[in-house]
Write a protein that binds this ligand. Structure first.
Ligand code: HDD
Length: 724
């Protein structure tokens, strides 16, 4: 087959393998699982119309039995998730570093399946929890599946997999009463953290707005660990993987997140689904940071320590390809729920490092699939099947689907001519990088892992003022919910190692003082490896003080593509302005909803009808990125008197969103908390009214579009006076 056909064929291969297992009931008769047509699926078999049901009713028994067994255990972590199919297209050949085909052949398109998730909550929990987001990508490459099982944060809480069950037990709902769901704001989590100074850097990330993304489409992704690339000459280098979203990295406000959790706990899932249905395919650039093998010990941190990142100022991220998510799953359970990722799914050209967190993960993922998916044949579930052919002597087990022909299931064999053959290096067989190791067997952690606070400081110092305020507020919220005083105290001591001002601000909010030393000797409650000395690690001289890449404020802000804009209107609206602004927003790539007190249609002041997308009863400003109020005397009079409409604007203002108001709709603005102050309050006008655009008719559109592209006007929070 010519080369270009191979790519198309492979891309189709995955779709075909899924389609072979897809059924569509259109125009079909209902049958039992064994293919017998059913003539009545609504009534059980009874002895007489009013008599008892009969045991012989195999149709009833099959239906109920299958139903009784519908649930499988949810993932022990990352239970709540949403996924999509897509394609990865390489644009920069990486053969200098790796022999992985999907990273060397720029003509290939590699099918992918990506699952995003929260970590702590159960399967039905809210999308908007303050949490890390999982970002797991399965590449169906021609040489087998490569899973990049990462997160939207580049570091992790702990350095050794040995501590993972403790971390997870601590963050999950407390065992006695199973409270709280999908939240880290409780005693056990902070008890663990306060005793694990290695988590300092990750805590900065989790308390930052990265933990409350605006959209799954607007998150970065990271492979977290240092991996190895291995090229054809068997030369290796270290590599960190990155995903950079083309839509930029954006977050919601914490108050908004909490509000959304009640109003639409599927907010992220819906957003991803709808974007793909609308053809607004989310895209990420795939990036790599390459570190030559000889530079392994060049940095102040250890490349094997998963609580550290490599600042982009030290090693730039090279963008090498683009991932596009272009198809929603057909069936949530079959695909999103049954997909099984594993850090150990690598292909020739990619290898592991000795990061002790990664090493533990190499065991955990297959083990968890065995219990979650019920046996060793989960690789046969359509979503997990590679497009590369599978041949080996593994056999049988629960739910085996492959029908292996022939007499042999052993190797070496003569009976089958030695098949399946081992693939030598020239035939693409996987060979582990022959890293030289000479060491004693110890349960120890390397000294090079002991600096816990330098990068926590780096992160904190790299944030914009607004981001730092949000991070501080998040800690005040979380520790404010902690009931045990000694935990709060330890946390204040912990925070003081990162930034004195941060610790003082949190201490003030939770009504305590930052302790000078630790009141509770840690070695009484935790093993020696968390002793007080480890809290006192010093930022090394000459360290990088700031890294621009760590702040979301530095991201691109030049597009309103796929943003959701609300237009508030009622009967009598000035439809000319409404349509002009709406058309301009749509032309710039945004989605627009006309929202009115009731659904159906409203009449414009020129007597044309305007279709209504949603009623004020069913939506809220938290579903939108910005809001516009056109003129029209009757519409304005109605909205001014409508508490929901006024609340909509107040809330949008509180959450620092762009707001546009026609000069003919000033009455509505005046009915709001912030608009009431307009005429006399100049101090508010400058900072706080940034992002509030007042103009006549279509003239609003240009300024409004520029404002929406800014995402948020966080400076408004300085006043902290806005109720909503
Ligand atoms: Fe994990 C799931 C990411 C550390 C054990 N993990 C899971 C998922 C993601 C991550 C994205 C969900 C995959 C999906 O969508 O199905 N995990 C991470 C990252 C880590 C990490 C980025 C640190 C860098 N994980 C980690 C450790 C262990 C595990 C240290 C155990 C030693 N993770 C699991 C698991 C899960 C899992 C128990 C639960 C469900 C699953 O694997 O399939 O095996």
């Amino acid at each position: 087959m010519p080369d270009n056909n191979i790519n198309a064929a492979n891309e189709n291969e995955k779709t075909r393998s899924l389609q072979e297992h897809t059924t569509d009931a259109d125009g079909q008769f209902i049958t039992t699982n064994h293919g017998v047509r059913i003539n009545d699926d609504q009534n059980s078999l009874k002895a007489g119309e009013r008599g008892p049901s009969l045991l012989e009713d195999f149709i009833l028994r099959e239906k109920i039995t299958h139903f009784d067994h519908e649930r499988i255990p949810e993932r022990v972590v990352h239970a709540r998730g949403s996924a999509a199919h897509g394609v990865f297209k390489l644009h920069t050949d990486m053969s200098k570093y790796t022999k992985a085909g999907f990273l060397t052949d720029t003509n290939r398109e590699t099918p992918v399946f990506v699952r995003f998730s929260t970590v702590a909550g159960s399967r039905g929990s809210t999308d908007l929890a303050r949490d890390v987001r999982g970002f797991a990508v399965k590449f169906y490459t021609e040489e087998g599946n490569f899973d990049l099982v990462g997160n939207n944060m580049p570091v992790f809480f702990i350095q050794d997999a040995m501590k993972f069950p403790d971390l997870v037990h601590a963050v999950k709902p407390e065992p006695h009463n199973e409270i709280p769901q999908a939240a880290s704001a409780h005693d056990t989590f902070w008890d663990f953290i306060s005793n694990a100074p290695e988590s300092a850097h990750m805590i900065m990330w989790v308390m930052s707005d990265r933990a409350i993304p605006r959209s799954l489409r607007m998150m970065e992704g990271f492979g977290v660990h240092t991996f190895r690339f291995v090229n054809e000459q068997n030369k290796s280098c270290f590599v960190k993987f990155h995903w950079k979203p083309l839509l930029g990295v954006h977050a919601v406000a914490w108050d908004e997140a909490q509000n959304l959790s009640g109003k639409d706990s599927d907010f992220h899932r819906r957003d991803l689904w709808e974007a793909i249905e609308n053809g607004d395919f989310p895209q990420w650039e795939f990036g790599v940071q390459i570190v030559p093998e000889e530079d392994e010990h060049k940095y102040e941190f250890d490349l094997l320590d998963p609580t550290k990142l490599i600042p982009e100022e030290l090693v730039p991220v090279q963008r090498i390809g683009t991932m596009t998510l272009n198809r929603n799953p057909d069936n949530f359970f079959a695909e999103t729920e049954q997909v099984a990722f594993h850090v150990g799914h690598v292909v020739p050209g990619i290898d592991f490092s000795n990061d002790p967190l990664m090493q533990g993960r190499l065991f955990s993922y297959t083990d968890t699939q065995l219990i979650r998916l019920g046996g060793p044949n989960f690789h046969e579930i359509p979503i997990n099947r590679p497009i590369a052919p599978v041949h080996n002597n593994q056999r049988d087990g629960f739910m085996r689907q492959t029908i292996n022909r022939g007499k042999t299931a052993h190797s070496p064999n003569g009976m089958s001519g030695g098949c399946p053959f081992q693939a030598g290096k020239m035939q693409g067989g996987f060979t582990s990088f022959p890293e030289r190791i000479s060491a004693s067997k110890v349960r120890e952690r390397s000294e090079s892992f002991f600096d816990h606070f330098s990068q926590a400081k780096l992160f904190y110092n790299s944030q914009s003022d607004a981001e730092r305020n949000h991070l501080t507020d998040a800690l005040c919220f979380e520790l404010g919910k902690v009931e045990t005083l000694s935990i709060r105290e330890r946390m204040l001591y912990f925070l003081a190692q990162i930034d004195g001002g941060l610790a003082a601000a949190v201490a003030f909010s939770i009504g305590m003082h930052v302790p000078k030393g630790l009141q509770t000797p840690l070695n009484q409650v935790v093993p020696a490896d968390a002793d007080q000395n480890r809290y006192n690690s010093v930022v090394k001289e000459g360290s990088l003080q700031k890294s621009a890449a760590l702040s979301m404020a530095n991201g691109p802000k030049d597009s309103i593509a796929t943003r959701k804009i609300a237009i508030l209107a009622a009967d009598g609206v000035d439809e000319t302005s409404l349509n002009a602004v709406k058309n301009a927003l749509v032309a710039a790539g945004a989605g627009v909803d006309v929202i009115a007190p009731r659904m159906g249609f409203i009449n414009g002041e020129k007597n044309t009808t305007v279709p209504v997308s949603k009623s004020l009863m069913t939506v809220a400003s938290v579903f939108y990125d910005a809001v516009y109020v056109p003129g029209g005397m009757n519409s304005v009079a109605t909205l001014e008197a409508d508490a929901d409409a006024v609340h909509f604007l107040n809330e949008a203002f509180k959450h620092c969103k762009a707001i546009a108001v026609d000069t003919a709709a000033m009455q509505v603005l005046k009915a709001t908390y912030f608009g009431r102050k307009l005429p006399e309050d100049n101090e508010l006008n400058t900072v706080l009214m940034e992002g509030v655009i007042i103009d006549a008719g279509a003239a609003v559109a240009d300024k409004f579009i520029k404002a929406i592209a800014q995402h948020r006007f966080w400076d408004r929070e300085k006043a902290r006076k806005v109720p909503a």
